[in-house]
Design a protein around this ligand. Structure first.
Ligand code: PMP
Length: 393
């Protein structure tokens, strides 16, 4: 009877994190496992006012069908903000509103990938992209992520050998590792890609959440004709809207619009109007500053606790923004085994396994700091450290 379902869905991995979240559904557990933005920072009142304004003044219009590309003033806002941040000059026609950046990945998969087409991702890589793109093709190749970005030798080899259609990267405060590509690494990637027929997808939901260091160049600047940029309101306003966007060159955009029509006609128009009103009436920069301040001090607290409690042979990243850091145990130790111990000690994280395409029992783990205050961080890291000490001799 199972044969009634498509091969396409049978081969898609389950969301491991959602499974883990079920295990840790205990209020006593300190969880560094989630990937959620901190809900205390959601601008609830401002959004309520924006919604009231839209319904009071444009109720009938707001509830009507709308255009596939998205609400024009919202697209213009996105284009203007992107241009200002990056000193670029993209036009509103290059912006498509999507149902979160997750939908952008789905549409990209649909327009580019046949069954066996090659997709290149980072190792470790964003598991939502692995899950989404594996609906279209299983042919993933991975490139090891170094502290400064992609391993360029591996990139060149893979491009040469497999002619991939897509290279998917999260160059700012990557999920899961927290790593940011240096400008030099980005430039070298762009120079290499100029010689191949491969599109680069820059998934950038965290780029605006930089609490330390300097903003780096977007690939839109370095490789304008072959970069597709994904953005999202999830981490800078609220994920419940499910609103994001794609910035893509013309020939890609026309195909994305067709795929979007086929998928859902257009993104939730009520949400687009409300979020636009919110952006018009409030200074987004000010709101983002509050988020950065909070995440920055929580990250610093976490690094301090790690320095104090972890054994010296444990490696970890020290992100300049975003929501995650990445811990590496010595070789041959399993983060999954550690997880079984830490659950008993009532602290949780995400073992690295789901961020790899073909590896299990890896020695890496993801830790989230966006949702825990400093005291909780200190207590959680202390518990985690004593489990690590029990496991790693
Ligand atoms: N890409 C990355 C790298 C993410 O971390 C996330 C959210 N966890 C997404 C995409 C999905 O974001 P959205 O809410 O915009 O669909």
């Amino acid at each position: 009877m199972n044969d009634i379902f498509s091969d396409r869905i049978k081969n898609v991995p389950k969301s491991f994190i959602r499974e883990i979240l079920k295990v840790i559904d205990d209020p006593e557990i300190i969880s560094f496992a989630g990937g959620l933005p901190n809900k205390d920072l959601f601008p609830v009142e401002e959004i309520r006012k924006a919604a009231d304004y839209q319904f009071d003044n444009f109720g009938k219009e707001v509830l009507q069908y709308s255009t596939t590309e998205g609400y024009l003033p919202l697209r213009q806002y996105i284009a203007d903000r992107f241009n200002k941040r990056n000193n670029l000059n993209i036009s509103v026609d290059e912006v498509l509103i999507t149902h979160g950046s997750q939908q952008a990945l789905d549409l990209i998969g649909k327009i580019f990938l046949n069954d066996e087409d090659c997709i290149v991702i980072e190792e470790p890589g964003y598991l939502g992209a692995i899950q989404c793109l594996s609906v279209f093709s299983k042919n993933f190749k991975t490139i090891k992520l170094n502290d400064d970005g992609l391993n360029l030798e591996e990139l060149e080899k893979i491009l040469e050998k497999y002619s991939p259609k897509l290279l998917y990267v999260v160059p700012n405060f990557q999920n899961p590792s927290g790593i940011t590509y240096t400008n030099q690494n980005r430039e070298e990637i762009a120079n290499i890609l100029k010689r191949y027929n491969t599109y680069l997808i820059e998934d950038d939901p965290y780029g605006e959440l930089r609490f330390e260091g300097e903003q780096a160049n977007t690939f839109k600047k370095l490789l304008p004709e072959k970069s597709i940029i994904l953005g999202s309101f999830s981490k800078i306003v609220a994920p419940g809207f499910r609103l994001g966007w794609v910035i893509a060159p013309k020939e890609v955009m026309s195909n994305l619009v067709i795929a979007k029509q086929a998928a859902d006609l257009h993104s939730n128009y009520v949400g687009q109007r409300i979020i636009y009103q919110f952006l018009k009436d409030n200074e987004l920069d000010k709101h983002i500053s509050k988020i950065k301040e909070r995440y920055g001090s929580q990250k610093r607290a976490m690094i301090e606790s790690i320095k104090k409690h972890f054994p010296k042979n444990i490696k970890y990243t020290n992100p300049e923004g975003g929501m995650f850091l990445w811990v590496t145990l010595p070789n041959n130790y399993s983060a999954m085994e550690l997880f079984e111990k830490t659950i008993k000690a009532k602290v949780a994280f995400v073992p690295g396994d789901p961020f790899y395409v073909n590896k299990t029992n890896v020695n890496t783990l993801r830790i989230n700091y966006s949702c825990s205050d400093e005291q909780t961080i200190e207590e959680g890291i202390k518990r985690l450290a004593s489990c690590i000490k029990e496991l790693v001799v």
